[in-house]
Design a protein around this ligand. Structure first.
Ligand code: ADP
Ligand code: MG
Ligand code: ZN
Length: 489
């Protein structure tokens, strides 16, 4: 029997606001060593008599996400209490949304092996994060720094069919959130968490079988592996005559396997009801239109445009668009209009990426503006410096913030293209290396490359390689003729 997997994904993403969802406490980046309970107040620790106030910016960022995911935005939205007990949830309930969330009925198109696939989005809603528990020996400590931090939850329909598709969807979603400035995208800091629901069924069937919901997946790798594991595991269970029950699973990264945590809860278990401490949230249509107009071009559209407008390959467009700051930088450089888009792309992908990797700096932190890069490339194109020197100049620019011209002048790096001067160097190198010349004349042609290297070295790397190559070929061939003439005598 052939099976197919049915997968839905719930993504929790931290919303990049300055303050928490319902109080004025700051949202601080979880560096792992913050003093515990330093960013808390009576509201986010649920002291009696406190009341929540909605963070407008969190709503705005959620609406932008919902719009980017092609959602309908209901004119009125509600917050709801989701009741459950957990020691890091001081109110005994979480304020979330249920019934009428901020966004509904959206979709995200992804590329799959089988062609494009539309993953429908059931809803986009806003809620608050919980605190964090630390188990130390036989006591448990609680830290409320994270309690009340806004979280956006994005819930798909069960439209994905493989672990690859789930990973693709999650990566595209992350990209969108980062483009919108909703989320930092720093996966290591736990700013995005995934829960995947997985079931399998006979291929071609349209039943929805009971599913396993895998909780708390914090990386694309864990997401991919856990889903792939579950699919294989459930097929095995069915093949051996067993049944799959609706269950909540944990993922054990080191064993590479899921395990049962509990029988899965149902929505009714949470006793959802409209949050009485908050008013219904009316989403003004003018506000919404303003947000829609302000949306940036999204990565998928931008990639396609880079391919047709700038003549880049899909691969190059991918590399440039993945980071919005890089894409903006690239476009700013191209728009200066002096260079071909392909040339600029090469420099960014090959050289700037290398410098970013070596220095550990993002493009915004490097003191090399797009104008400065264009000036450097211009010097290389004009033959003022050769390619290798150009690359060294870029390193120097990144280290010092100086312009290419200034570095070339200060260090006397201008390329030597003068034929008479270079011919003299070539002759000198040939005279100083009679053994290598003899080898060349005896037919070992690769020695020419070594001789070329000697000439470059003798000029401090500044010689114009094209000119040197031509002069060297000329000089060697005249020595060959001399040698032949000598034998004939
Ligand atoms: P819950 O109340 O448990 O959150 P939902 O109906 O909201 O349940 O669905 C949660 C997730 O599970 C969604 O992403 C949905 O697409 C997915 N899902 C629902 N049914 C199935 C199924 N039979 N197989 C796989 N995924 C499913
Ligand atoms: Mg759920
Ligand atoms: Zn607070």
């Amino acid at each position: 029997m052939e099976y197919e997997a049915v997968i839905g994904l719930e993504v929790h993403a931290q919303v990049h606001t300055r303050s928490k969802m319902f109080c004025a406490c700051p949202v601080v980046e979880d560096t792992g060593d913050l003093p515990p309970n330093a960013y808390v107040c009576p509201v986010c620790t649920a002291m009696p008599g406190t009341l929540p106030v909605i963070n407008r910016r969190a709503v705005e960022l959620t609406l932008m996400t919902a719009l980017a995911l092609n959602c309908e935005i209901p004119p009125v939205s509600f917050f709801a209490r989701k009741s459950y007990f957990y020691p890091d949830l001081p109110k005994g309930y979480q304020i979330s949304q249920h019934g009428l969330p901020l966004g509904i009925n959206g979709y995200l198109d992804i590329q799959t092996e089988a062609g494009p696939r539309r993953v429908r989005i059931n809803n986009v809603h806003l809620e608050e994060d919980t605190g964090k528990l630390y188990h130390v020996g036989n006591v448990t400590l609680v830290d409320f720094n994270r309690a009340g931090v806004p979280l956006i939850e994005i819930v798909t329909e069960p439209d994905m069919r493989s672990a690859e598709e789930v990973r693709e969807y999650a990566e595209r979603l992350r990209e969108i959130l980062v483009y919108l400035g909703v989320n930092s995208g720093d996966m290591e800091k736990g700013v995005m968490r995934f829960e995947a629901s997985v079931s399998v069924r006979p291929k071609g069937s349209d039943v929805l079988n009971p599913r396993h919901e895998i909780k708390n997946l914090n990386s694309f790798r864990a997401l991919y592996r856990a889903v792939a594991y579950e699919i294989a595991h459930q097929i095995e269970v069915l093949e051996s005559g067993g049944r799959v029950f609706q269950q909540t699973m944990g993922w054990d990264e080191s064993r590479g396997a899921t395990h049962v945590q509990r029988s899965k809860e149902y929505a009714e278990d949470y006793r959802y009801f409209p949050e009485p401490d908050l008013p219904p949230l009316e989403i003004g249509r003018e506000w919404l239109e303003e947000l829609r107009r302000g949306l940036p071009e999204l990565p998928t559209a931008r990639r396609a445009r880079f391919v047709h407008e700038y003549g880049l390959s899909a691969y190059e467009a991918d590399l440039l668009v993945a980071d919005r700051a890089v894409a903006d930088y690239y476009e700013a450089a191209v728009r200066l209009g002096t260079l071909s888009p392909k040339t600029v792309a090469n420099w960014v992908i090959v050289d700037l990426f290398r410098v970013m990797k070596e220095t550990g700096k993002g493009i915004a932190e490097l003191p090399v503006s797009s104008q400065a890069l264009v000036e450097l490339i211009g010097l290389v194109e004009a033959g003022t410096v050769n390619l290798n020197t150009g690359r060294e100049v870029l390193d120097e620019m990144a280290a010092t913030g100086k312009s290419a011209r200034q570095i070339v002048e200060e260090k006397g790096l201008a390329q030597i293209s003068d034929e008479a001067a270079l011919r003299a160097v070539v002759e000198q190198v040939l005279d100083e290396n009679p053994d290598q010349v003899a080898q060349y004349l005896a037919g070992k042609e690769q020695v020419a490359g070594w001789l070329m290297g000697q000439v470059m070295r003798a000029t401090g790397g500044k010689a114009n390689p094209q000119v040197v190559r031509a002069l060297l070929a000329e000089a060697l061939s005249s020595r060959k003729q001399e040698a032949a003439g000598g034998l004939a005598k």
